[in-house]
Write a protein that binds this ligand. Structure first.
Ligand code: KG4
Ligand code: ZN
Length: 338
């Protein structure tokens, strides 16, 4: 079974072909970063328009890359949520139109299930059950994965997602969009102990996160210090990053201990963060566990994770009717098991 996957939940148009037996056949991506850069953030209407313009040429180039034609495709998967409603609708409408025209099964995939399963595209795979730390621009989630498709959300952010906190803080520091990765880069040159910042909810028993207070504390710090000085700016970035990473690491280890899970999948844009990777590795080593990541290009949004999740669900006989809808909000707990 060859599945075409389409990702269009935010500012990346990703398409991929995944074969049930051969694995990932081809994938390609168009990033809208330049479109949104001048506005300092994603403009939803522009994102939708760009997805409309790019989807067809991207799929044509994907098929050419794989030496395939439309008639080789056995099923279609698209991101049905969560995300920007307009952007999701572009992918959903495209997927269902193509499926209808070619009499193919079509399935809407949960974007975070895509991220959660993305390390399974790699050679080294986590054995089940495992814990997943999903850290992106829109979500911060700790999920217990008992089996593929069986997800229990253990904790989540009560306000800003970790990536969102990186992006908003970067903007406050005057860093160009997209801010998160730039802040992380700058942090590598800084002293993380120079400015003590709060570690929200660190000592609470539950597994939830909160990053908006940390962002406010960092905003107040930025007003007090001279961020024009390169070293000060790097130290602020490093201090902020250390606070986020301390909380993410501590809560992940707490969840691992509480639920007796040693294998941790880490995915979503923030999983590219090197300090997070290093600190998690140190912590997991102590409990005899380890972390599993997707390859770097699949840490952020991509079509491959949607094609893969879609292939699993279509192969299990699941599909949607063509009277589709998208879900700007959608909990992983609601997904049918596989
Ligand atoms: O998963 P993703 O591509 O999109 C969403 O589904 O949100 O994640 C994007 C997020 C952005 O907030 C970005 O700032 C963050 O991931 N990000 C990083 C790093 N690379 C990307 N945050 C911290 N350190 C990084 N190296
Ligand atoms: Zn994402």
């Amino acid at each position: 079974m060859l599945v075409l996957g389409i990702e269009s939940s935010c500012d990346e148009t990703g398409v991929a072909l995944y074969d049930q037996h051969l694995g990932l056949v081809a994938h390609t991506l168009y990033s809208q970063v330049e479109t949104h850069a001048r506005y300092g953030g994603v403009v939803p209407e522009l994102a939708s328009r760009d997805h409309i313009q790019k989807l067809l040429p991207l799929i044509e180039s994907l098929l050419a890359q794989a030496s395939c034609t439309l008639s080789d495709i056995d099923g279609i998967a698209y991101t049905a949520g969560p995300g920007l409603a307009g952007a999701l609708l572009v992918g959903a409408a495209f997927a269902h139109s193509l499926a209808l025209a070619r009499h193919l099964p079509c399935i809407g995939i949960h974007h975070m299930e895509g991220h959660l399963l993305s390390p399974l595209l790699e050679v080294e795979q986590p054995p089940l059950p495992f814990l997943a730390l999903l850290v992106s621009g829109g979500h911060t989630l700790l999920v217990k994965v008992s089996a593929l498709g069986q997800y229990q959300v253990l904790g989540e952010s009560l306000d800003d997602a970790a990536g969102e906190a990186f992006d908003k803080t970067a903007k406050l520091m005057g860093l160009p969009y997209p801010g998160g990765p730039r802040l992380a880069q700058l942090a590598q040159l800084g002293d993380a102990t120079r400015y003590p910042l709060p570690r929200p909810l660190l000592h609470r028993q539950d597994l939830n996160f909160s990053f908006s207070g940390l962002k406010t504390a960092t905003a107040q710090l930025i007003q007090k210090v001279d961020c024009q000085q390169a070293q000060v700016q790097a130290d602020v970035a490093a201090s902020f990053q250390a606070a986020v990473v301390d909380v993410l690491t501590a809560k992940t280890l707490q969840a691992a201990r509480l639920h007796g899970l040693k294998h941790v999948v880490v995915s979503g844009g923030v999983s590219a963060n090197t300090r997070l990777r290093w600190q998690l590795q140190q912590g997991l080593q102590v409990i005899g566990g380890r972390a599993y990541y997707p390859r770097l290009e699949f840490c952020t949004d991509n079509g491959a994770m949607i094609a893969f999740a879609g292939c699993l669900r279509l192969a299990a006989g699941q599909h949607n009717q063509h009277d589709f809808s998208v879900k700007a909000r959608w909990s992983l707990d609601e997904l049918p098991s596989l």
